[in-house]
Design a protein around this ligand. Structure first.
Ligand code: ATP
Ligand code: MG
Length: 333
């Protein structure tokens, strides 16, 4: 079974529809025929300003959502990044073979740092984020890394670093393939449909959160930005707002977009929005019930995470030992 690895940051109270339709839904499917590792990167979550009082709860909440969405701890490894200290240890080594210019070219850093307002608020951690991400991946020697289009550049860097390490010091790292998943949808911000829906960058009204009251989501969908035409047609260039709504509708119902276009021929945007709100409610109602069940049993959640961290450390520890040996560190006795 090929190994895969992926993660989702605990940067909000709730995941959003983009996280599910663009990533987690595919992770659930991959469990069947892959040796899958999924983790909550809390180390990454502190690269931008965060609230220490809520981080642990958000991390738990993230794990509960992953379980409620269908990750099964008997069929995959689920863990929290900070529970496995090898992540930061390998990051140091990789940082020492990463060029400053190379790291400076990462577009996510440019985007996220621009949003911090002043240079003084941009942390070195945000700058080295992609190197930590490379470490997250390479520790587990996965053949494939399922990520959305927004992460492609970071996976490219990860491949470059693995190849560089192997050719300079001898082979210790698997060079992973990015795995842009078929059927993964890219979901846009409801208020700014030319930008992706994002936990940390979108305004609250632009995000459909999985844990929101469906009434709140219905209101957000009702106020989603569309265009001045009347026609319900899928055309992401000319009609990004309407196309985004169709994408979400299609992904949640497994119905073809062309089928939806036919069904809504002659109807208005209001009809589409109202029906989409119902579709979203049908999805989140039972989901929220399952999330509550997991959160109500913290001992069980802890057991899942302890088991996951133990399995993760086994694999990560072996990789780190090989890396340290190749790079020439004196082994501890
Ligand atoms: P942040 O704003 O904190 O970066 P995020 O919403 O971008 O949060 P991540 O934790 O960075 O979420 O990403 C988790 C997974 O969700 C990744 O695989 C990413 O590719 C995917 N993803 C994030 N946003 C979208 C989106 N709008 N559409 C589809 N997939 C997405
Ligand atoms: Mg992101």
């Amino acid at each position: 079974r090929p190994r895969v690895l992926s993660g989702i940051q605990p940067t909000a109270e709730s995941f959003h529809l983009g996280n599910y339709l663009g990533a987690i839904r595919q992770w659930v499917a991959l469990q069947d025929d892959h040796d899958a590792f999924y983790f909550v990167p809390d180390l990454h979550a502190i690269t931008v300003e965060h609230d220490p009082k809520t981080l642990a709860a958000r991390t738990r909440n993230s794990v509960a959502q992953l379980l409620a969405l269908g990750l099964d701890p008997d069929r995959c490894t689920i863990f929290v990044q900070s529970h496995v200290s090898e992540h930061t240890q390998l990051e140091w080594v990789l940082g020492c073979i990463t060029g400053f210019g190379e790291a400076s070219r990462m577009t996510q850093f440019k985007d996220k740092s621009a949003r911090q307002g002043s240079d003084e608020r941009v942390t070195v951690g945000l700058f080295t984020y992609p190197i930590l991400q490379a470490s997250d991946i390479l520790l587990y020697q996965p053949e494939r890394v399922p990520v959305g289009e927004d992460q492609r550049q970071h996976v490219e860097l990860t491949r470059d670093l693995a190849q560089r390490f192997n050719s300079r010091f001898g082979k210790a790292l698997t060079v992973p393939q990015p795995y842009i998943l078929s059927g993964a949808a890219k979901i846009q911000d409801l208020q700014d449909p030319t930008a992706k829906m994002s936990k940390s960058a979108s305004s609250p009204s632009g995000i459909v959160e999985l844990l929101d009251d469906p009434k709140v989501s219905a209101k957000k969908i009702r106020s989603a930005v569309t265009d001045t035409e009347r026609e319900i047609r899928f055309d992401p260039e000319a009609k990004p707002g309407v196309s985004n709504l169709l994408t979400i509708y299609s992904a949640l119902t497994d119905r073809k977009i062309s089928e939806l276009e036919a069904e809504y021929a002659g109807k208005g945007y209001g009809d589409l929005k109202k029906d989409l709100a119902d579709v979203v409610a049908d999805f989140v109602d039972p989901l929220q019930e399952r999330v509550r069940t997991y959160l109500d049993d913290p001992a069980e959640l802890d057991r899942v995470l302890a088991r996951g961290a133990a399995r993760a450390r086994e694999v990560a520890g072996a990789t780190l030992a090989a890396v340290h040996e190749k790079i020439g560190f004196l082994p501890p006795t």
